[in-house]
Ligand binder design. Structure first.
Ligand SMILES: *Cc1c(COP(=O)(O)O)cnc(C)c1O
Length: 231
């Protein structure tokens, strides 16, 4: 069944989500203002993506280049754009000067291409495969700090933080341990005090685990199905 998602449904979803964020913030002594919701629009049309903006969310996320470009065509710079999917080097040039954040930096060859193609300094998250699942992209935990140091050679890459995806499981403790670990690595990265790597952000938490992510320090949560639904 196809359900059209409109601004009203998105607003209702958003209210519910904000309530959960508030509770998670109370549980962990955090301020909800520290958390930015990125609406992941990969399951929905351009029209629905526009409704997301009307519902008051400015940050939109896409994980593939063509769907991103169609949305960008329709919406343009009114949104702040997050590229959250794995990125092939040959596709960098198509998107790099249209996106504001890249959440999936995971190798030097990609960093090199980004640095070459971008017109301006670009905010990147280093993607970490904390759980070590084989099918997941990202660096293993022990590769992160050396990688961030190496990125210093690319003057247009700003490492704003780390990103991870938790395993898809009902095991809350396992999910929580993944987020905790990412936070630890982020703090170690911050302590490097590198000019191009402030590394003070954490992109973690999706529809099924964002409350845990908020409790563990997420500053960007990436919400698709729970916020914008799917069409
Ligand atoms: C699809 C996707 C999301 C959103 O997923 P939901 O479970 O629908 O919230 C978040 N992050 C990444 C990297 C994704 O690919």
């Amino acid at each position: 069944m196809k359900i059209r998602v409109n601004t009203l449904t998105i607003k209702e979803n958003l209210n519910e989500i904000k309530g959960k964020i508030e509770t998670a913030c109370k549980n962990s002594n955090r301020n909800p203002d520290e958390i930015t919701i990125v609406a992941v629009t990969k399951y929905v049309s351009e029209t629905t993506a526009k409704s997301v903006l009307e519902a008051g969310i400015k940050h939109l996320g896409e994980n593939r280049d063509q769907p991103f470009l169609s949305k960008y065509e329709a919406i343009g710079t009114e949104a702040t754009w997050h590229f959250i999917g794995s990125l092939q080097s040959r596709k960098v040039k198509n998107i790099i000067n249209k996106v504001d954040y890249i959440h999936s930096l995971d190798r030097l060859s990609l960093a090199k291409e980004i640095n070459k193609r971008t017109d301006k300094p670009i905010k990147c998250f280093v993607q970490v495969n904390v759980s070590g699942e084989e099918q997941k992209h990202g660096l293993s935990a022990n590769e992160v700090l050396p990688f961030i140091k190496e990125l210093q050679q690319f003057e247009k890459i700003i490492v704003v933080g780390l990103m991870t995806m938790a395993p898809h499981t009902d095991d809350e403790q396992l999910i929580r341990s993944v987020f905790k670990r990412l936070k630890e690595i982020q703090e170690e990265a911050m302590d490097l005090n590198l000019a191009n790597a402030p590394c003070n952000e954490l992109s973690m938490g999706m529809s099924n685990d964002f409350t845990i992510a908020v409790e563990e320090g997420a500053t960007f949560i990436r919400l698709g199905s729970s916020l914008v639904g799917s069409e």
